[in-house]
Design a protein around this ligand. Structure first.
Ligand SMILES: Cc1cc2nc3c(=O)[nH]c(=O)nc-3n(C[C@H](O)[C@H](O)[C@H](O)COP(=O)(O)O)c2cc1C
Length: 315
């Protein structure tokens, strides 16, 4: 029997034809790159994280492909929030049936309500992802490891913001931390979380020269790709078990095969985003992974993603 698997999914009140999307920062810094993701089989897209002012980011080399993933310390190079907001408004005018995501971050906590107000006052009708987890800006901590500041920022955002919103989270590694973070997130009208950002501050050493691989921060950088997969699975699973049922999850981290995406969905992901694999393989990754995920679903006898979402077995 041939099963024709569908990758249609939902997040909040939004519908998407495919679970796959790009991860913020990868193939999304310019309108041309965003258009390429839009023209691929991806179900939606997210912009590069935009800050209030454009940024050139950290000195190069700031990205490297490793044996099983990537290291980067980009430092949020971006064209500024106004550029991405203009792109998003134009995109929605041309594709009213295809909701997209706008990613934004403050360089300091007080930027967040300003960004929120700007998007609130705009015509943007998609979903906003507040990035609370960039590990690569020298001298700036990953906000979401500071729970008091995270709560203050969320309070400030949701005072101004009445549109659908989510947060991009760093990986957590302690079960008590999942409890604490989820307890905070559950207090706010979030539509989704995105878990995980890069595993912050890894090191990669060139064995020929005994030298670090990227220039910023003495070589420390965020790790993505296969190195991140078990951590991403655990974070998606742990948050699915702790968050309000109406808060959806974008699963990000370590996806290089259709099976990886299937496992993130088993842990509870509504959408699955591609970072390192998209950086190394280009937008062709969306067709390959779409085919592979459908094949995996057919092998398991599933025709829709909601038949196995969150259905992980334990011993
Ligand atoms: C080159 C590069 C730039 C990134 N820039 C951003 C960014 O601007 N905003 C963000 O939220 N995450 C950013 N990330 C993190 C990715 O969105 C993703 O969370 C991370 O790479 C883990 O996914 P992966 O294992 O598929 O790479 C970046 C990652 C890479 C490799």
């Amino acid at each position: 029997m041939i099963i024709l698997a569908s990758l249609k999914t939902t997040l909040g009140d939004y519908r998407f034809d495919n679970v796959f999307m790009n991860a913020s920062g990868v193939h999304c810094e310019t309108a041309a790159e965003l258009d390429e993701v839009a023209a691929s089989p991806a179900g939606t897209l997210v912009t590069k994280t935009g800050t209030l002012q454009p940024r050139s980011g950290n000195p190069e080399p700031r990205f490297a492909v490793l044996e099983l993933g990537t290291i980067n310390s980009m430092g949020l190079p971006n064209q500024g929030v106004d550029y991405y907001l203009a792109y998003a408004e134009q995109f929605q005018a041309q594709h009213p049936e295809q909701p997209i995501f706008l990613s934004v971050a403050g360089m300091q906590p007080s930027d967040f309500p300003v960004l929120a107000q700007k998007i609130q006052d705009s015509g943007f009708t998609g979903l906003t992802e507040f990035n609370l987890s960039c590990p690569n800006v020298p001298g700036k901590p990953q906000i979401a490891y500071d729970l008091a500041t995270t709560a203050e920022i969320l309070t400030a955002i949701f005072t101004a913001f009445k549109k659908p919103a989510g947060v991009k989270l760093p990986p957590y590694f302690d079960l008590a931390q999942f409890d604490q973070v989820a307890a905070i997130l559950n207090r706010y009208p979030l539509t989704f979380i995105n878990s995980i950002n890069s595993r912050g501050n890894g090191l990669w050493i060139d064995p020929e020269t005994d030298t670090t691989t990227i220039r910023p921060k003495g070589g420390f950088g965020g790790i993505g790709g296969q190195y991140a997969k078990p951590v991403a699975l655990a974070n998606v699973r742990a948050f699915r078990q702790r968050l309000r049922a109406d808060i959806g999850i974008i699963g990000t981290g370590g996806v290089t095969t259709g099976r990886d995406a299937y496992e993130l969905i088993l842990c509870g992901a509504n959408l699955v985003s591609l970072g390192s694999v998209l950086a190394t393989e280009g937008v062709g990754a969306f067709s390959r992974l779409t085919t592979e995920l459908k094949a995996e679903m057919a092998k398991k006898g599933y025709s829709r993603v909601d038949e196995f979402r969150g259905q992980l077995n334990t011993l």
